[in-house]
Design a protein around this ligand. Structure first.
Ligand code: FES
Length: 393
């Protein structure tokens, strides 16, 4: 087809001499769209150039399919749990996120390039001007719509380009599966992975951790440790200061204990007093298993309080502590938590408190966690309890 002039006078759609393109153009005209220029990209269908472009587009679709399959394979088989490499560079679990991210990103990129190349290099060259107007559809409009869709399908060339049709399917099918594959992660029961952290006193009695644990009333507890491995005593945090602490054993400050990072704050006397007044009963009387049986203790130690550092919105570190306003800020989406009111969310998208870690001091003067968090730290998930068992709202 050669370039065609716009036709602006009305036509009878029942005229059998009308070609489909005439109906298509008439439809556009009735919608206030004028075809200024319309010309197939290649003067003759099936030229060498067109075939070459088809192969390029097909190749891009195949690459998209290939990277989608690579994503699926990595998603299912790449080791992702904290491994024997213990987080070193040789540990493949370190690259899990990177590998699935790069594979899926490349799959989307090649799919988009294929669609764009098809549109830019194979579809007809056209120039349209449109005037917008209102109006209900009538049977003639529907006939026009049919002719329009058929013409577009013809323009795209799906019928006469079977190779591209197959390549697009081969590329799109794995991409579609890759897009829904992450739902597969919901199939496996996560067990207690989301509710039990490295602060659990059970950890302290494990053979590999028992040497690092602190003794308190005849039982072992996990000590608080800084990132460099130094154990924490109360005199190491000045009044009004705060530090990040991790479970005090090997790999306690690594991704192995990703839910454990905690902010230890040494409150000023007046602020600590205010928090004590506001303290929830569950934090005033934490049930602690000691060597001499169960006893109740406050979650605070003196003027010290420890809150989970994992924002309850989507898990960024909420660690900007404003001493004057007693707010903890999360830099990701500006959630704010009230330090002197049990870390209640007071601004931003987070809707849950930051859980408080019950703390005390062991026989050697080091800070210990006397219990795991009473409610699971981190972002919300289905069935997440908002209060520990036995406490009613
Ligand atoms: S992750 Fe903290 S506000 Fe969104």
């Amino acid at each position: 087809m050669t370039a065609q002039e716009p036709k602006n006078d009305g036509v009878d759609l029942n005229d059998p001499k009308l070609s489909r393109f005439d109906v298509f153009r008439e439809g556009l005209r009735r919608d206030g769209i004028e075809i200024l220029h319309y010309e197939p990209r290649y003067s003759k269908p099936g030229t060498k150039d067109e075939k070459r472009m088809e192969r390029i587009v097909g190749f891009l679709f195949l690459l998209a399919g290939l990277f989608s399959l690579a994503f699926l394979a990595a998603y299912i088989w790449w080791p992702w749990e904290y491994g024997d490499g213990a987080g070193g560079w040789g540990d493949p679990s370190r690259s899990y996120t990177t590998v699935i991210g790069v594979c899926f990103g490349l799959a989307l990129l090649f799919f988009a390039l294929a669609v764009l190349t098809w549109a830019k290099k194979l579809l007809p060259v056209e120039e349209l001007v449109q005037e917008r107007h209102d109006g209900p559809s009538d049977p003639e409009d529907r006939k026009i719509a049919e002719a329009t869709v058929d013409t577009i399908v013809d323009d795209i060339g799906v019928k006469r380009r079977p190779f591209l049709k197959k390549a697009a399917l081969v590329g799109a099918a794995p991409l579609g599966v890759a897009a829904i594959a992450p739902l597969g992660g919901l199939i496996k029961d996560p067990g207690d992975m989301l509710t039990v952290t490295g602060w659990n006193p059970e950890e302290a009695s494990k053979p590999e951790h028992v040497e690092d644990a602190g003794n308190f009333e005849g039982r072992k507890y996990v000590r608080l440790m800084m990132r460099d491995g130094k154990l924490v005593r109360p005199d190491m945090v000045s009044t009004g200061g705060q530090i990040t602490v991790y479970p005090g054993y090997e790999h306690g400050a690594s991704n192995k204990e990703a839910l454990a990072p905690t902010l230890l704050i040494h409150l000023r006397e007046e602020d600590a007093e205010q928090l004590r007044e506001n303290l929830y009963p569950m934090y005033e009387q934490v049930k602690v298993e000691t060597g001499n049986g169960e006893k109740e203790m406050p979650a605070m130690f003196g003027n010290f309080v420890a809150y989970s550092k994992i924002c309850t919105h989507v898990g960024c570190p909420a660690s900007l502590y404003e001493q004057q306003s007693q707010r903890l800020l999360c830099p990701c989406h500006q959630s704010q938590f009230d330090v002197v009111d049990n870390a209640a969310p007071v601004f931003g998208p987070a809707t849950r408190h930051l859980p408080m870690l019950p703390i005390a001091v062991d026989e050697e003067g080091y800070l210990i966690a006397t219990s795991d968090f009473l409610v699971p730290p981190g972002p919300a998930f289905w069935n997440r309890p908002s209060l520990p068992e036995g406490w009613e709202e």
